[in-house]
Design a binder for this molecule. Structure first.
Ligand code: PMP
Length: 460
């Protein structure tokens, strides 16, 4: 029984939730998360959960890092807010921009701030339109994205996203975008097709789409180095080399959406390092502040910067920006968060514990009757559930098994995320090896429950 005026009751009566079945929430009420400690969070009843997804793929330094609290409080006391319009700035925004230029891959020379990944990708669309207009190429405006890709939910970023639930009944896409096939081998590789052949088929499709649309109409190709919200999709060997070669040849810019993959998630500082990508634009958020404050950043090449700068001079302003662009508290927290990542060697810890995580997931669950494949690299992985590994057949209806595992995991003190029947792991970068084993023990119990349930229901 929930008490009247309890958090759950207030929430149920007044709060429309993102990414939630509103009728199910009305019926069941929310799960109230109350506090955090390291890699654990606690609900109102005091139950603890190992946060296997770092919140939303984001809390790299864990859930009670006092240095971030101090950095925020100090900045709040000194200058809680100032903007960065009209030639104003402040210390945290300037220092963070400088730090990110130093940290990001070679060739990226300027940084623009927003508060969310969606705003950042909307900004990328507008920046590249503005840039191409400035350069006298007003027809070069289309984007190529991938089915299964996730780039946000605002009008432009939601258009770039390639997931059906973000488009259907939202009247998206609403900008000129072509979605090409996802590099998801579980879903899209043909029987007997090698990794190299799969990568080549995707490259051939990209060439064909560019030929159909006309390269002179295409501004950029956007992709996550490793797809996150689309199911943790590691591209086939050679994929990014081929995509980049094609795009360069056709003067199509490469936008790397590193909102999930940035700051050590894939075993290197950037997903671009892991997959050999040389981006013209790099978008980051989430682990930039460990989500203690909302912040995203876009790093751009000098070529793009010069085009935008020229056009801003022509118009007397770059007519784009947010009240919270470079917010002092958010940028101060980001600077401290990056200092912690560097001082505590969290990229290296993510690489080491991540390598062990990948090996253990495969060893412990690779042959489980409900598991089709295990994929991932570094501190991000997915276990693909299915009814029959040899035919890659889902247990019908698709997503039901994943949903069951998601729910049951709570009973074993584990929070994970299912994307249909793919169960994603993306634990905090501070995870120790012992905690990694603890996480997988909890998952093993969950999977045993799922097998009992599937057998009892006559599903397998
Ligand atoms: N890009 C990627 C790769 C993401 O994973 C996300 C969020 N999961 C976004 C963009 C959008 O970020 P936000 O939710 O902050 O708008």
């Amino acid at each position: 029984m929930t008490m009247p005026n309890s958090t759950a009751e207030l929430d149920r009566a007044a709060h429309l939730h993102p990414y939630t079945d509103a009728r199910k929430l009305e019926a069941e009420g929310p799960r109230v998360i109350d506090r955090g400690d390291g890699v654990f969070v606690f609900d109102e009843q005091g139950n603890s959960y190992l946060e296997g997804l770092s919140g939303l793929w984001s809390v790299g330094v864990g859930f009670n890092q006092p240095r971030l609290v101090e950095a925020a409080a100090e900045q709040m006391a000194r200058l809680p807010y100032y903007h960065t319009f009209a030639q104003k700035t402040h210390g945290p925004a300037a220092r963070l921009a400088d730090k990110l230029v130093e940290m990001t891959p070679e060739g990226l020379t300027r940084v623009f701030f927003t508060s969310s990944g969606s705003e950042a990708n909307d900004t990328v669309v507008k920046m590249l339109w503005y840039f191409n207009n400035a350069r006298g190429r007003p027809e070069k405006k289309k984007f190529i994205s991938r089915l299964g890709g996730y780039h946000g939910i605002t009008i432009a970023s939601g258009s770039l996203t390639g997931l059906p639930w973000n488009h259907t009944d939202f009247d998206l896409p609403a900008i000129p975008v072509r979605h090409v096939t996802s590099p998801n081998a579980w879903q899209n590789a043909r029987d007997g097709e090698s990794e190299a052949d799969f990568a080549q088929r995707l490259a051939d499709e990209l060439e064909a789409v560019i030929a159909e649309e006309g390269a002179e109409t295409i501004a950029a190709f956007i992709g996550e180095p490793l797809m996150g919200a689309g199911g943790v999709i590691v591209p086939p060997e050679g994929y990014w080399d081929k995509v980049q070669e094609i795009c360069r040849r056709h003067e199509i810019l490469i936008v790397a959406d590193e909102v999930i993959t940035g700051f050590g998630r894939t075993g290197n500082l950037w997903g671009c390092d892991t997959f050999g990508i040389k981006p013209d634009v790099l978008v980051m958020s989430k682990q930039l502040t460990s989500s203690y404050m909302p912040l995203a950043a876009i790093a751009i090449s000098d070529e793009i910067y010069q085009g935008i700068a020229d056009n801003s001079a022509r118009h007397g302003t770059f007519g784009h920006g947010f009240t919270a662009s470079g917010h002092p508290v958010a940028t101060a927290v980001a600077l401290e968060n990056i200092a912690i990542i560097e001082e505590q060697g969290l990229v290296a810890n993510g690489a080491a514990v991540g390598a062990a995580l990948q090996a253990e997931l495969r060893r412990r669950f690779g042959d489980h009757p409900l598991v089709g494949e295990v994929r991932g690299t570094g501190m991000i992985a997915a276990v693909q559930l299915c009814a029959d590994r040899s035919t890659r057949r889902a247990l019908a209806p698709e997503g039901k098994l994943g949903g069951y595992v998601f729910e049951r995991a709570h009973d074993h003190g584990l929070i994970i995320r299912n994307i249909k029947d793919a169960v994603a792991f993306c634990p905090p970068l501070i995870l120790s090896e012992a905690q990694m084993h603890d996480m997988l023990d909890r998952f093993a119990l969950t999977l045993d429950d799922a097998l009992d349930w599937a057998r009892a229901e006559g599903l397998v």
